[in-house]
Write a protein that binds this ligand. Sequence first.
Ligand code: AMP
Ligand code: FE
Ligand code: FE
Ligand code: ZN
Length: 290
Amino acid sequence: MAAERGFEGPADLHLHSHESDGTQSPAAVMEAVHRHGIRTSALTDHDTTSGWAEAAEAAASLGMTFLPGMELSTTTGWRSVHLLAYLFDPDAPGLRAEVRRIREARLGRAARIVRNISRDYDLTWDDVVAAHQEGATIGRPHIADALVARGLARDRTDAFDGILHPGGDYYVGHYTADSLNAVRLIVEAGGVPIFAHPAARGRMLPPDVLDELIAAGLAGFEVGHRENTAAGRRSLERLAAHHDLIVTGSSDYHGAGKPNLPGEHTTSDDMVQRIIERGTGSAPVYPSGR
Ligand code: AMP
Ligand code: FE
Ligand code: FE
Ligand code: ZN
């Protein structure tokens, strides 16, 4: 059955391009995951859909099925919650306005971080401009790359552990969507909201908060992810089984920006099918010639 629909074979549904903090173009990301044996892919850049068209075309020409996606920056209480959204309508007004607000906030926040750093180090906004693709969702990874280019950090991890650390002198946060509201907006846009790396250290939400998100329409959990703890995965599996939720596994590939490799975690055909059946805001793209 899955083969008829064109999504047989390993699926990796969490991938970043240079439209956010990945280091490759959307087409190059699709080529990389295909080389790693992936046959169903998605592009899930942070707070943007700008890579969809290029990725979809590349995926289809490589014979892959493609799901349009995004990783939305949200917060519940003081905890950061990354929500993967699949198959939503990028023009739905509610979600569109929220994404725009987050992107604008990220830009002002990055400028403030750079201003703070420039008090002590030789770093300018031009360095950050040089370190990102025009129009990309700006984040600390681009500031990290600028620090590396200036010789002020060894690599992104070194920068995150040092100058860019949230507990440090230079850090500034930014506006994010409220997680519950974001789940509702994704559903309203016909999309499928999946909680990204929900059991990463410090991210696991209390059961009552998870229940609220599920009641609001959260469709599932990204259980297979290198940052999830083993104990967290077990409790998420139980919760997903109890509520009959979707369970995914993905790499969170960022090109050279992170060690994560395409296909290091994958999503089953059955779960891909459930996402496709549930998403009504945009369509999957099937291999050319089908
Ligand atoms: P921001 O959203 O701007 O605060 O930056 C967080 C982003 O940085 C996340 O999307 C991660 O993918 C990325 N990130 C976090 N820690 C690291 C790290 N050690 N190395 C590379 N990227 C990281
Ligand atoms: Fe990222
Ligand atoms: Fe994330
Ligand atoms: Zn991600």
